[in-house]
Structure formats: C-alpha cells, structure tokens
Design a protein around this ligand. Structure first.
Ligand code: AMP
Ligand code: MG
Length: 486
C-alpha cells in the first residue's frame, strides 16, 4: 500500500525507539482522504476494507514499514522537559510523493512507546476528528499544516475525564522533526547528534542551503523565516494554536498539533481558549513573540555549529532573532494589506489596519465575517459590513478612510472585491461547528463531520448550501474553552 523509504530510521539509534503499534480490538475506517492518498502515491485497496482498517489502525504493519517513536524534548509553557518523545504516535515510515517530496506517515494513538510516561498511548475520537477537520481546513485555506490521511475507530474505550471511544489518526507531515528534537540532543550534550540532525533537516527541508557559506546559520535563518511567515498567516485567519510549546513547532514550517486550537469569533487580541493556558501565554496576539522565543531555543541548540567563537555564535543568533521580528512585521502587514484589499504599499497602511482592528475589538465584530463583508462594501453594499459591529459609528468612519486610501490605487471595484474574496475566507472551522460535529460523532452520527469537511473544502466561496457555516455562533452556541483532550 505504501512505497516506504525510511530515512529517519537510518539515523543513529539514540534518535528514536523502535516500537510496533499495539493492535486494537475492532478497527473500523471512519474517514479516508482519497485525494491526499493520490498525491502521496498511496494505493488503498477498498475491496478489502478489513485489511485497510487493520493497516491504518496499526494492527497490520505493512511491508517496508519501520515503525519508530521519535525522541524529543521541549519547553512546555516555558518549562524545559528533557524527555518527551512520541508517547502515543508511531512513525510507520516515509513515502516520496508524486511531487518528489518526502512525507512522514504517522499513526497517532497507536499504543504505548518508551516515551509514554504515564499515558496510555491512545487517542480519543473527538480530538482525532478535530485534528482531521482543522488540519484539512488549514490546507484549504492555504496555510502550511500537517495533513489527515485517515481516521480509524479502534473499537476500544479510552479513559479521560469521561469514558470515550478510541481512535487512531493517520497523520502526514513534511517531517515530524521539531525544535524539541534538537533540544533532546542538546540536553545530552550530543553535539555530534545535533550536527547529524541539522544535516538531515537541511537535506530534507532546505536543500538549497547546502551551498550556503554557513549552512547551519542559514538553517536557523530559514526556520525562523518559515515560522514568522506561518504565524503571520495564522493571525490572518484568526487562528490560535493554543499550545505553542517547542515540541509543537516543526522545522519544516508546517502547523502541527491541533489539540486545544481554536479560531477567533469576535476579534479580541488577548483571546485564549485553551483550558490549560491559564496565564494567556499563547493568546492570539502573543503568538509571534512566542514564535520568536521558540526560535531562540533552537538557536541555543545550534550555537556550537554557528561559530567556533562562542561570542560570534551568540551575535549571529541574536541577529536571527531580530530578523524574525522584522520578517514577521513585514509578513503580517502584507497579509493584512491584502485583507483590506490594498495592492500597493503606502505609509500609514499599518495605522489603517490597526484602526480597523481597534474598531472590530470595540464593536465585538466577528473577525472572519467582518473581513469577508469588506468585499460587499467595496461593491457599494456597506450595510452587511456595518452590521458586524455592535456600534457602527467607528466602522463607518473607518470606511471613509479606507475609501480614501483606495482612491490612490484606482482599482476597478469588481477586481477589488474579487481580490478581497480570494483572501478573506467565508468558511472557517468555527469552534461551535467543530464542536457540533464532534458531539454528533460521539453518538455515532458522522453526518455533521462529513458536511463540515465539505463546507471547508472551498473556504473562499459563498455556497448557498453552506451559509450556516458562515454565521458566527449564537450566544448559546459559543465555545468559550477548549481542552487538550489527550
Ligand atoms: P501533546 O500535548 O499532544 O503535544 O503531547 C505532549 C507529550 O505528551 C508528547 O510527548 C506526547 O507523546 C505525550 N502524550 C500525550 N498524550 C499521551 C497519551 N495518551 N499517552 C502517552 N503519551 C501522551
Ligand atoms: Mg505535541
């Protein structure tokens, strides 16, 4: 089924533990991503659904697989934990996709590993479906993220705060190497390992840097740039990751781990959903600062490779951190310029964007809908836009400033509206819709899950059959808190 070629398993033994998935009682395929399978060159045999489910649940290890649990460390909410690792995920192997890109095939919830600590190695149905929905939605929204190949029920129960149904999530990633993977080696003083891992990720994710004067410095710069760009795009869609620990930040620049993530309803820069994020460390607005903090942790690991002279190494690392901030600012303003339909750059654009955000905050405007309705305002229908605000006066005044700025571009209205609709989604995985899909699935009804996935396939289109997915939650539907659910 998979044409495996397992490069990570060829790295030294101390990078991982070889471990087989623990078979489950009653594997049943819940969802399979046919188009992703095609992209991966994965051939699924639907004539034998029992075997397909058995493979995807980990009961049958397909030929060529070399199952391993990856070792990593990480800062969790700022506290360093020298050993985390795949406690409930098993990397089956890697495939090279149709575009020549190497991708990991990982089973999440496949049973205990040497890194499970006190965990059961399993995943519950709700979090598995949440990751399926959100990671696929991110992809459709054009934001780099890991992908969902399948969700499989295990036929077993898992014990969390309540008894839940077990499931396995089949995750596809450019790779699962994280900042925490470097930290694992650094914590052990394993400089040779750090160099091997750096060479590995350069080859896999940044091959163009091999010829750089200092490939390791270039790697740090490259990871910083991709993370800065990624976080700017998160902010553009109102995404709050919720648990930006260093073990949840990839070297490839893909969004990973969708445990307590959520999307803004009304705009509030300090918004936090995750029940475990008491101090608001990972609030919407804090994400770029945390991204930079995480890059600093990666820089610490790479210091010995940056320069033989420690002082010079620190200097080079500091320059990367500064560049992260600048790169983020530039990307952020680029994202938001596009969100208000500006095709050119002018002084004062930052203020214009901030003024809109301030009006949205004060007017409790729904983040997604207000931006979407700007396209209508561009075409002369400003009512729908103003309706997003509790008090439309500020928004009305902002529209006047916006129109004045737009006159400097003299873009035809139709073109402007189309540009706005191409970047401001109509449909996102709204928290209450995700919740609705998960609740129904827990009772065996997967129709909400299926329909939500369908709605999210074309997020930039307003399709009449999916208008319900464009609406903000009613007061009684609002989700105020999310849970890790591990
Ligand atoms: P996460 O919050 O999913 O990023 O996981 C943080 C760490 O806890 C990782 O090392 C996971 O492998 C581990 N972990 C989370 N849930 C479980 C579980 N049910 N069993 C074993 N390990 C787990
Ligand atoms: Mg994680």
């Amino acid at each position: 089924m998979f044409q495996f070629d397992n490069s990570y398993a060829r790295l030294p033994d101390r990078f991982f533990a070889s471990v087989y998935p623990e078979p489950v009682e009653g594997p049943k395929l819940l969802k399979f991503n046919g188009s992703l399978a095609q992209e991966l060159g994965v051939e699924a045999d639907f004539s034998d659904p029992g075997r397909l489910a058995a493979i995807l649940a980990g009961n049958v290890v397909p030929p060529g697989a070399m199952p391993i649990a990856m070792a990593y460390a990480g800062h969790q909410f700022g506290n360093f934990v020298p050993q985390l690792g795949d406690g409930r995920a098993i990397l089956l192997g890697e495939v090279v996709d149709r575009n020549g890109k190497r991708r990991d095939i990982q089973l999440k919830g496949a049973g205990p590993t040497p890194y499970s600590r006190r965990g059961d190695g399993r995943a519950a149905l709700g979090p598995v479906l949440r990751e399926y929905i959100v990671s696929e939605a991110m992809n459709a929204l054009g934001v780099p993220a890991t992908r969902a190949l399948a969700a499989v029920a295990t036929g077993e129960q898992v014990y969390r705060e309540t008894v839940e149904q077990g499931a396995v999530f089949v995750r596809v990633a450019a790779s699962h190497v994280r900042i925490g993977t470097f930290q694992f080696l650094a914590a052990r003083g394993d400089n040779e390992g750090i160099k091997l891992l750096a060479d590995y990720v350069i080859e896999r994710h940044y091959p163009e840097l091999k010829i750089a004067e200092n490939p390791y410095l270039a790697l740090l710069q490259g990871v910083a740039a991709r993370q800065a760009d990624l976080i700017a795009r998160w902010l553009g869609i109102g995404f709050i990751h919720g648990v930006m620990n260093t073990d949840n930040m990839t070297i490839s620049g893909e969004t990973i781990d969708f445990g307590p993530c959520a999307f803004l309803d009304e705009y509030d820069p300090m918004k936090v959903f995750s029940s475990i994020d008491q101090g608001g460390r990972y609030a919407y607005r804090n994400q770029p600062g945390i991204g930079q903090w995480n890059i600093a942790r990666l820089a610490e690991c790479l210091l010995p490779l940056l320069d033989a002279d420690e002082e010079k190494a620190v200097e080079a690392a500091n320059a990367v951190l500064k560049a992260f901030g600048e790169r983020f600012q530039k990307e952020w303003i680029g994202v938001f310029r596009a969100k208000i339909g500006l095709a050119t750059e002018a002084d004062g654009d930052g203020d214009l964007i901030q003024a809109l955000l301030a009006a949205m905050h004060e007017g409790q405007a729904d983040f997604t809908l207000a931006f979407r309705r700007l396209a209508d305002a561009a075409e002369g229908g400003q009512e729908a836009f103003l309706d997003c605000f509790a008090d439309p006066d500020k928004a009305q005044a902002w529209l006047a400033d916006w129109r004045e700025r737009l006159t400097t571009e003299a873009r035809p209205f139709g073109e402007l509206a189309a540009a706005l609709r191409a970047v401001n989604p109509a449909v996102i995985p709204r928290n209450h819709k995700v919740q609705e899909a998960l609740s129904a699935a827990n009772y065996g009804d997967f129709s909400f899950f299926e329909r939500l996935l369908e709605a999210l396939e074309k997020p930039f289109e307003e399709r009449p059959e999916f208008v319900g997915y464009m609406q903000p939650p009613k007061p009684e539907e609002r989700v105020t808190q999310t849970f890790c659910g591990t």
